[in-house]
Design a protein around this ligand. Structure first.
Ligand code: AMP
Ligand code: MG
Length: 322
């Protein structure tokens, strides 16, 4: 398979109608998409990513009116969130309708749905008459792609087309929410903050801490976002002393590292959480190119997008010890 890259929406739509996969830009990260209603097309996503079948996919729809085609909406707060944040970085888990194949949801009775916020992809969704199942366009377990080049790094020769929509605005995956009898819960921290959700709903939200064995948050593995290099969390300058004999990469957030032997990547020199979120996956990939032995990073403030960045860093760090 020769992978083409470009901005040709007609071409992307034709390939999707044919049951091929297409990488799509969103405001969060790039997705590897296929017709969510076509099992053999969806199977290609799992194969191309090496994704285990127990990890369900998020389904991308074009407008709120489509929600009830694919899911049952009984809770009024679902509409409140959809009004407030769609299109945007919020996926909502709802009881699924039969039209969504079991393969998409890994056999669960629920489906995660969202409307992505990127002009090219919204345009593409208008041109096709099916929703798109799309996980992040990377090999399973590694960092999510935030530009077309990242997609090609891992999926060149597998995906049929990369719709190039430039660098993603947020750089982190969507926040995943569901409603239970005890209230709203976040299954995955992401591009929409807990503060934004709580403001919109006027109530507290429970954050479900994920782990490999937690059936509440399927697919949310504790080891993920693997940069292929050990990641050590904590005070960077302290840790530099411990690992001084190694070739060090420092993922910094305003920390001033004056050492020419250290390869630094600045998440945000002004300690801006949005900028840091946007740069996180780019940073993890940067160190691969620099051939460092170890990546040192410090925790961000546990608020706003800092929470979601810390979640990714925690799992990137676990990845090397399991
Ligand atoms: P990705 O699209 O790779 O960013 O990841 C999709 C993630 O969404 C999965 O790993 C699950 O953790 C979560 N997810 C998708 N569908 C469901 C569902 N029906 N119930 C709970 N979590 C889901
Ligand atoms: Mg992913």
């Amino acid at each position: 398979m020769i992978t083409k890259t470009g901005t040709d929406i007609e071409c992307a739509a034709a390939l999707l109608r044919n049951g091929e996969t297409v990488s799509i830009p969103t405001e969060t990260v790039y997705g590897l998409s296929a017709n969510a209603l076509n099992e053999s097309a969806v199977l290609k996503i799992f194969e191309q990513k090496n994704r285990p079948a127990f990890d369900p996919l998020i389904v991308h729809i074009k407008c709120k009116d489509e929600l009830e085609k694919y899911a049952i909406v009984e809770n009024k707060r679902v509409w409140k969130l959809a009004e407030a944040f769609w299109p945007g970085p919020l996926s909502i888990v709802l009881p699924k309708k039969d039209v969504i194949p079991d393969l998409v949801t890994s056999g669960l009775e629920t489906v995660a749905l969202r409307i992505p916020n990127h002009p090219l992809t919204l345009n593409l969704l208008e041109k096709i008459d099916f929703p798109l199942a799309a996980p992040s366009a990377n090999l399973f377990g590694s960092a999510s792609p935030t530009c077309a080049e990242h997609v090609l790094d891992q999926l060149d020769g597998k995906v049929s087309y990369v719709l190039d929509g430039g660098e993603t605005k947020l750089g982190l995956e969507s926040t995943i929410v569901r409603f239970t009898s005890s209230g709203p819960e976040v299954l995955r921290l992401g591009g929409l903050t807990i503060e934004q959700l709580e403001d919109a709903l006027g109530e507290n939200i429970n954050i479900i801490r994920s782990s490999s064995s937690n059936p509440e948050a399927p697919g949310m593995l504790s080891a993920h976002y693997n940069p292929g290099i050990p990641v050590i969390m904590g005070n960077i300058n302290e840790n530099r002393k411990k690992f001084g004999h190694k070739k060090i990469g420092a993922l910094t957030f305003g920390a001033d590292i004056q050492d020419e032997n250290v390869a630094s990547f600045e998440l945000s020199s002004t300690q801006d959480l949005e900028e840091a979120a946007r740069n996180l996956f780019k940073g993890l990939r940067y160190f691969r190119k620099k051939n460092v032995d170890i990546i040192l990073a410090d925790w961000l403030p546990e608020k706003g997008l800092g929470r979601a960045v810390n979640d990714r860093l925690r799992r990137a760090a676990v990845a090397n010890y399991t």
